[in-house]
Design a protein around this ligand. Structure first.
Ligand code: MOS
Length: 693
């Protein structure tokens, strides 16, 4: 065995960095396919109702148009297709009937020789409708409110919440509201689909090539071996590219109907209207504590909006089961089905809106107790899982809190609001924290020892732009005990076998497990000096499913300083400090980049982002980057993001996921800082000017 310097822990720049700088890196819509035609969507202009007619005459006469696919001509899809977690999902059943159940629903695809001709043809399609009344008005008081059908964990029912609230010296009972948000990845969704020997081949923008191929095969009723989905580079995902997007379904239909390669690249507006969004939430938080700050009661009930088409869970209440000890903990999660774009995962699903509610309420409790918000955390640190009773694997929450506070300069803060001024500006500071579930999902990797002394490592992982290629190259080098120049990594291809996707912050934990398991077996086989090449394929299913029940989480503490203009209500973040316990760090440069990026998304959630729907038409009115605001360079202050020493004992390489946790807790830290500056609580996101004055 050769001794090589450890690759894990090295701050390498991205292995594909030079290709990206030189413009050689290919995103899905950059990859040409011989004889390719182009598809343009036609989306519903009503929110609910039926299609009564589609007049294709003008479109078919339009230059370059090859044809139109609509509900009368589209291939039939399997209505049972859905997600493994949430069951059959109507949002995938495009062009199957004349029903419209949300605005922007695709009603046809126009296929032409060029993208411009397809778009021109799409504009000439005459679709007539009969409208029916729609309901898009979300609130927890809606008559259709019902329990969420699926859940990753049962409701918490520990102790007697009402009794503990009654015994508490101080209580907080408040409602918090978060709006729908859009993932807004830089690269719009695109797919190119062609048929090869009767099999479906695709380049597609998605976060999980294997899962996407699997879904596509079920939808189109074909064996998985007849479907192959690939990608090279992805320009972000953030949850908006999980699963099978409309671009892939429509391009597949068109390739089958016209027997030609077809590319469908969504416009920015279509990304907003036809992919997915984070659900709006309304959360009711009840906290009760003794006068010294010991928590007796945590009640966290969340309601979120759902579409009438599909089940999904925006699991806001999970951290209430993990973060603090309390005698009684009760969580509930309810949904309101409406005529809206089906919600799905987006940037720390559940946890991001959930932490805004819980950690804002904790700050209100500290205020009413007249204690330091840090002391409130110190007094309620649990020994074991507060609801489960299971041991924690590695819990470094307070370490994040203490190190963050020291760096930020929290000591000596006057905890009363509206005490600091600089000229006409009101200055405030605030903090919040979170846990973030970590685990791994079964995956398989194939490693081949080549005759020339190199190793080919193949796994159906995806690099969504965050550096998975670089991380997996380093990990492969370490587990094979060779220099990284000896590693040839292949990812982004469903044909490489079952693998978890780039989601849930669990890509690297899952893929690295499969790679290290294959490496171990391969190195054992190589000891007998067999003739090369030799290949080993791993499967981590058994190992992962036999993990003991334990509380496995990453943690963070976020500190924010804001300046508020009391005349205009403008909030500017001045400083953000984040400390994170995210397990062993594979690449410090990229992990910091990921955490900083996450914190910017959290700041964006706090101050800017919201999907706005017109209640009369039911349509999203800000489906573009002019109307959908997010933090841009001038909004982002100095950000200090760093990790504390941490190691996950239930992962072979000590890893947790740093992917999404950066986003979480920032909104509460900013909202708490705005209260500290102004004396006005912010229980509704985003914190726009009108809500501050
Ligand atoms: Mo992430 S929202 O799990 O892609």
């Amino acid at each position: 065995m050769t001794t090589t310097p450890e690759a894990i822990g090295s701050s390498w720049t991205r292995v594909e960095g030079e290709d990206k700088l030189r413009g050689r890196a290919r995103y899905t819509a950059d990859i040409p396919v011989e004889g390719m035609a182009h598809g343009a969507l036609v989306t519903a202009t009503i929110t609910r109702g039926r299609i009564t007619g589609i007049d294709t005459a003008e479109t078919l006469a339009s230059p370059g148009v090859i044809g139109v696919v609509d509900h009368r001509t589209a291939p039939r899809l399997n209505p049972e297709a859905g997600s493994p977690f949430f069951g059959p999902d109507g949002q995938f059943l495009l062009l199957q009937n004349d029903e419209i159940e949300h605005g922007g629903w695709p009603v046809a695809l126009v296929v032409a020789e060029t993208p411009e001709q397809a778009r021109a043809g799409a504009e000439r399609l005459r679709v007539s409708y009969v409208e029916q009344p729609h309901d898009i008005a979300f609130s927890a008081g809606h008559p259709s409110l019902r329990p969420a059908l699926t859940s990753f964990g049962p409701d918490a029912n520990k102790g007697d919440l009402d009794a503990e609230l009654a015994r508490s010296a101080v209580t907080v009972e408040e409602r918090y509201f978060t709006p729908p948000e859009s993932a807004c990845a830089m690269e719009p969704h695109a797919a190119t689909v062609w048929l090869e020997d009767g099999k479906i081949r695709a380049f597609d923008t998605n976060q999980a090539p294997f899962g996407t191929a699997q879904m596509l095969s079920v939808l189109f009723g074909r064996p998985l071996t007849d479907v192959r989905v690939e990608a090279e580079q992805l320009g972000g995902g953030f949850g908006g590219k999980t699963g099978v997007g409309p671009q892939l379904i429509l391009a597949t239909m068109a390739a089958l109907v016209f027997q030609r390669p077809v590319r469908v690249a969504l416009t920015r507006e279509e990304v907003f209207l036809t992919t997915s969004a984070r659900a709006a939430t309304e959360q009711h938080v009840r906290l009760g504590a003794d006068a010294d700050g010991r928590l007796r009661a945590i009640g966290h009930e969340a309601a979120f909006e759902l579409s009438v088409k599909a089940e999904y869970i925006e699991n806001c209440v999970e951290i209430a089961k993990v973060l603090y000890a309390a005698d009684a903990i009760r969580t509930r999660i309810n949904v309101v089905p409406l005529h809206i774009l089906p919600p799905n995962s987006l940037r720390a699903p559940g946890t991001a809106p959930g932490s805004f509610a819980l950690e804002s309420a904790m700050d209100e409790l500290a205020e009413r107790l007249r204690i330091d918000p840090l002391d409130l955390r110190r007094r309620n640190e649990p020994e074991v899982g507060p609801v489960s009773g299971h041991p924690f694997t590695s819990r470094n929450f307070l370490r994040c809190v203490e190190e963050g506070a020291r760096t930020f300069g929290w000591a000596g803060r006057d905890h009363r609001s509206r005490r600091r001024r600089e000229g006409h500006l009101l200055i405030g500071t605030g903090m919040a924290g979170t846990s973030f579930l970590t685990t791994a999902f079964p995956s398989s990797a194939t490693i081949t020892a080549e005759p020339d002394g190199t190793f080919t490592v193949a796994i159906a992982a995806m690099d969504i732009g965050t550096g998975a290629r670089t991380a997996l190259t380093a990990i492969s080098a370490d587990v094979l005990h060779v220099d990284r120049a000896k590693i040839r990594l292949r990812i982004g291809d469903s044909a490489l076998g079952p693998a978890w996707g780039a989601g849930g912050s669990l890509g690297t934990t899952s893929w690295s497990w499969a790679i290290s398991s294959a490496a171990k077996e391969l190195l054992a086989q190589l000891e007998s000096k067999p003739p090369l090449p030799v290949s080993v394929t791993s499967d981590t299913t058994t190992e992962i499913f036999s993990l003991p029940p334990r509380e496995r989480h990453a943690y963070s503490a976020i500190f924010a300083e804001v300046a508020v203009d009391p005349a205009t209500g403008e909030v500017r973040a001045r400083r953000l400090v984040g400390r994170f316990a995210v397990g062993r760090v594979v690449n410090p440069l990229m992990v910091r980049s990921q955490l900083v990026g996450g914190m910017i998304m959290g700041l964006s959630m706090a101050l800017h982002e919201q999907v706005v729907r017109d209640e009369v038409t039911g349509r999203q009115v800000n489906a573009d980057f002019a109307g959908y605001h997010f933090a841009a360079n001038a909004d982002v202050p100095y950000i200090d993001a760093d990790v504390v020493d941490d190691h996950e004992p239930d992962n072979p390489l000590g890893l947790k996921g740093p992917g999404e946790i950066g986003t979480v807790a920032v909104a509460a830290a900013v909202a708490n800082a705005v209260w500290h500056a102004t004396g006005k609580r912010q229980r509704r996101l985003p914190i726009t000017l009108d809500r501050v004055i």
